[in-house]
Design a protein around this ligand. Structure first.
Ligand code: NAP
Length: 544
């Protein structure tokens, strides 16, 4: 036995991060009777919904399907105003949840974790924050998010700019006044695409610097009607079942057909319906073979290109906005209202970085190979160090000399997208391979639920160590590598492959098997002697 006693830990469960996943993990840990605490880097709760506060940042999953579904009372007590809510409403909701379930006293904000070290003989994690505070815990749930480390582009002179510069993923708390300003937005993913229409009517000018055109489609937002809210409440059990069991985690009704069921004319009519579908409905309500049938996808892309040409008045701009290097869905498509329409406004211009790359940023603006433009504000909507960014910056030291940032230098290796061999008692729901391409909180909820049932199992059976074996990890990673080329998000030049960060290995960072594969492999893990093999009463048992 080790020399450990219960007094060695400050809390049994330490959650890192108070975003959507971390709040749920804290709620579940306390509800299960564990002592628990959360350390959050931000000065408030919300995670990405605390930091991404740029104008018109909003859900592109329906508010009530992205929100928590563990409590019907919570659903009834909170009233979303829109099908797709904006950031201030989302932040209010998450604060409401924190207070509604008495979580706030357990959340320590302004506490960025700088190291997390496993003390093997004591079987205790020692976590240190930037302020120098130290917390010892038996179990760590690092809900630090896949999209929480803003990535600035590798462009010369970023620090030379004398004007105002912001990243969409680290937006200031005091509102930014765009009125009458000359603005540059670099990046046209979901963040840049949401920001452009939000400011185009008030700026003096806004230039959107685009590297890769995107298949952006309308969000098709609407106020959340009383009738809809009531329907959701009255059909709550069915709603929860659908959100909990469907591969995508949405309520969208599938098309129910393959494209071969329709004539070419019927397909065009169907595409019109899809164009009007809400948010991710363009993927989830589309023909079953949309992402597997290349000819069909090309036909849909041609339909979308026609829409762009129909909306954007300047034909040269329209052509620049049409993707030519990836199919619909191969990169995560933005769902945004009035994106293409913005380019018809006199203030907006599109600058194609494919034709005229940026040379440098300087004191007054941006120089491209074509010209120099002056700006008051530059916005970097250039995305995040996806999947591994937060975990590899947190000084995680596991068992047997494992230094996570070094171990993952060639890409992450894990089990279930939330645990890893040589990281005993350390979980990271929503980490690399921790999203499956569907509705993120639904997928992460599955992971947190499984983690909590594992902790409860350990408590009930007197185990104090959980660690996936090398075999568990190898089986999971083999699934990732086999299915990655077949994933819907197959474009290798996307952040799902780490391609947006210079020097990052090109490794697929989602779970290409999605929710069904996650459920299948977790089921296998917990229903056979596999599960037992991952537990130990003392640290040496499990590693023998
Ligand atoms: P993103 O999708 O990664 O887009 C980053 C953009 O910046 C891309 O257009 C990229 O071009 C461009 N870029 C990156 N480095 C560049 C460089 N060095 N020079 C020029 N351009 C550069 O980031 P995001 O828009 O912040 O979205 C990230 C994720 O956050 C999304 O996938 C989504 O999951 C989530 N999100 C969701 C919502 C929502 O609606 N709920 C809103 C915002 C974000 P390339 O494409 O050529 O790399």
């Amino acid at each position: 036995m080790t020399g450990r006693t219960d007094n060695d830990v400050d809390v049994e469960v330490l959650v890192i991060g108070a975003g959507v996943v971390g709040i749920y993990a804290l709620y579940r840990a306390l509800d299960a009777g564990f002592t628990a605490r959360t350390l959050e880097a931000g000065d408030g709760v919300g995670g990405v919904w605390y930091f991404n506060r740029y104008p018109q940042a909003r859900f592109d999953s329906e508010s009530y399907t992205y929100a928590y579904i563990f409590s019907k009372d919570l659903f009834d007590e909170w009233r979303w105003t829109e099908e797709f809510a904006t950031q201030p409403e989302i932040e209010s909701y998450l604060n409401f949840v924190v207070d509604r379930f008495d979580l706030r006293e357990h959340i320590h904000t302004g506490q960025r974790v700088t190291s997390a070290e496993y003390d093997e003989p004591a079987n205790v994690w020692t976590v240190t924050t930037a302020r120098g505070d130290v917390v010892r815990a038996r179990w760590i749930i690092s809900a630090t998010g896949g999209l929480s480390v803003p990535h600035y582009p590798e462009i010369d002179g970023l620090d030379d700019f004398d004007g105002l510069a912001y990243h969409t993923g680290d937006w200031p708390h005091t509102p930014v006044d765009f009125t009458g300003k000359r603005v540059a937005i670099i990046g046209n993913g979901p963040s840049g695409a949401q920001l452009l229409p939000a400011i185009v009517d008030i700026v003096a000018s806004v230039d959107l610097y685009q590297r890769t055109p995107t298949w952006t489609t309308p969000l098709n937002n609407a106020p959340l009607t009383d009738e809809r809210h009531q329907w959701l409440s009255e059909n709550w059990d069915t709603v929860v079942t659908t959100l909990t069991t469907s591969p995508s985690g949405f309520l969208h009704a599938p098309a129910g057909k393959f494209s071969t069921a329709d004539t070419a004319e019927q397909r065009q009519a169907f595409f019109e319906t899809i164009w009007r579908a809400p948010g991710f409905g363009k993927l989830t309500m589309n023909y079953y073979d949309m992402t597997t049938n290349r000819e069909l996808n090309l036909e849909f892309c041609e339909f979308l290109a026609g829409k762009i040409r129909g909306i954007v008045e300047d034909p040269v701009t329209a052509e620049r906005l049409i993707p030519t290097d990836h199919l619909f869905g191969a990169k995560r498509p933005p769902f945004v209202a009035n994106y293409f329409e913005s380019f018809n406004k006199p203030a907006a211009s599109l600058i194609s970085l494919r034709e005229t790359p940026i040379v440098r940023v300087d004191a007054t603006g941006i120089e491209t190979t074509e010209t120099h433009r002056d700006y008051d504000i530059i916005v970097y909507a250039t995305g995040f160090d996806f999947g591994t960014g937060a975990l590899t910056r947190m000084g995680v030291q596991g068992r047997a000399g494992l230094d996570l940032s070094k171990d993952w230098e060639d890409g992450p290796a894990d089990f279930g997208g939330f645990s890893a061999h040589r990281l005993p008692n350390f979980f990271f729901p929503g980490g690399p391979h921790g999203a499956g391409g569907g509705n993120y909180p639904r997928y992460s909820q599955d992971q947190v639920d499984w983690i909590l049932s594992t902790l409860i199992h350990a408590r009930e059976h007197g185990f104090d160590v959980f660690e996936p074996t090398q075999d568990h990890q190898d089986a999971w990673m083999s699934m990732i590598e086999t299915l990655a080329p077949k994933s819907i998000f197959s474009a290798e030049h996307s952040h799902y492959y780490g391609a947006n960060v210079q020097g990052k290995p090109r490794k697929f960072l989602l779970n290409p098997g999605g929710r069904p594969k996650l459920h299948e492999m977790l089921g296998e893990m917990s229903s056979t002697e596999n599960y037992t093999g991952a537990f130990g009463k003392v640290v040496n048992d499990v590693h023998a």
